[in-house]
Design a protein around this ligand. Structure first.
Ligand code: NAI
Ligand code: NAD
Ligand code: ISE
Length: 336
């Protein structure tokens, strides 16, 4: 079966996901597009999906009988309304992170999915599909002994002016928030934020870098440096310290050079390249489940927990150095 896909939001990642569905993966075809900026949808149709119909709104696209399943790749603030509409229509829905920009919004999605008693939503936490993180999880589960600490860094070369201090959490740290719950099979109990001096490239409404310290229910302490104007590259680092040994996230494959009296390893500069294979695998997983009318992978519950944790981290930014408690509600059986 070919799953007929409608995409809401054809910006950077919507366009890239359209390309992978039509040109890389099996089992799906982009048949519908919409974007608040119609020209963006038209450009994606011209370049990637010449047969796709362009819809006026996300709701029209979701309701169309042409569309079997939906990708929500618009700006975060609009995700909730489209995911709720997809659930109401009974259509599988892949939603980019964040599932919603507030914990209340994510809870409304969980409640709607639970009321239908069927998994329909996959959240775009692609690191769970990354070969490096999968190998790291295997090492942590079977070789390092019980984890005690995690040291991590999430570095982007630069961010635009509209990227403000809380976005370091909602937009960037959210990947670590999700992947460490999965990696450690654990949940968070508190968050703290510490700000070093502001880097010279940080702009007016952004305190960059920052360090977030998360503590888990099993007592693991995780420190994450978020530095989104690091200039030198797009760099994701992670080291897990266990009872018996230490495991590091593998570096992306790169040709090492001996050149001009130095030993050199190139570093990537764009998130699209760093996780290119993981986006392929997560969406192939989505197409496979959508063909059965359902969803697998990271759940609405994972999106909800990430939103609760993000809110706590943003509160912790405002109370620098203070531990902010994270309390989770009971997980519904649908997500066990
Ligand atoms: P973008 O700004 O390049 O693209 C967003 C597009 O959505 C724009 O074309 C905009 O016109 C459109 N749009 C916004 N609201 C809309 C609405 N209500 N209806 C229809 N179209 C709408 O943004 P980008 O970088 O593509 O990010 C989109 C989403 O993807 C965000 O949620 C972001 O967090 C997520 N993302 C995830 C990444 C990952 O690694 N998983 C990487 C980059 C983005
Ligand atoms: P973008 O700004 O490039 O694209 C967003 C697009 O959505 C724009 O074209 C915009 O016009 C459109 N849009 C916004 N609101 C809309 C609405 N209500 N209806 C229809 N279209 C709408 O942004 P992006 O970088 O592609 O990010 C989009 C989403 O993807 C964000 O949620 C972001 O967090 C997520 N993202 C995830 C990753 C990842 O690594 N998983 C990477 C980048 C972005
Ligand atoms: C972007 O939206 C992403 O999701 C990228 O993976 C992340 O590295 C970046 O900081 C975000 O802005």
């Amino acid at each position: 079966m070919t799953v007929r896909i409608g995409i809401i939001g054809t910006g950077a990642i919507g366009r890239d996901h359209a390309r992978r569905i039509n040109q890389v993966l099996a089992g799906g075809k982009v048949v519908a597009l919409t974007d608040v900026n119609r020209e963006s949808a038209e450009a994606v149709r011209a370049a990637i999906a010449p047969d796709a119909e362009i819809f006026q709104t996300g709701e029209d696209l979701i309701a169309s009988p042409l569309v079997d399943a939906v990708l929500v790749t618009s700006w975060g603030a609009s995700h909730e309304q489209y995911v709720l509409a997809a659930i109401a229509a009974g259509k599988p829905c892949f939603c980019e992170k964040p599932l919603a920009t507030t914990a209340d919004g994510a809870k409304r999605i969980v409640d709607a999915e639970v009321a239908r008693a069927k998994r329909l939503v996959q959240v775009g936490f692609m690191r769970r599909y990354d070969a490096g993180y999968i190998a790291l999880k295997e090492a942590v589960t079977s070789r390092t002994g019980a984890p005690i600490m995690v040291h991590a860094a999430h570095r982007n070369p630069t961010v635009p002016e509209h990227y403000v201090t809380p976005m370091a959490i909602h937009d960037t740290l959210i990947h670590e928030i999700d992947v460490f719950r999965w990696l450690l099979d654990d949940d968070y109990v508190s968050a703290r934020v510490i700000f070093p001096r502001r880097a010279a490239r940080s702009h007016g409404k952004l305190r960059d870098p920052q360090v977030v310290v998360l503590e888990t229910a099993k007592g693991v302490v995780i420190d994450v440096e978020i530095f989104v104007n690091c200039h030198y590259g797009y760099d994701i680092q992670c080291e897990v310290v266990g009872e018996d040994g230490i495991a590091r996230l593998p570096e992306p494959m790169a040709v090492q050079m001996r050149l001009n009296a130095s030993l050199q390893n190139p570093i990537l500069t764009d998130w699209k390249d760093r996780f290119i294979a993981s986006y392929d695998v997560e969406l192939q997983d989505f197409l496979k489940a959508a063909a059965q009318g359902t969803a697998t992978g990271p759940t609405s519950w994972d999106g909800y927990v990430a939103a609760i944790t993000s809110d706590a981290c943003v509160t912790a930014q405002d109370r620098e150095g203070e531990a902010v408690a994270i309390t989770l509600p009971t997980r519904p059986a649908l997500y066990n």
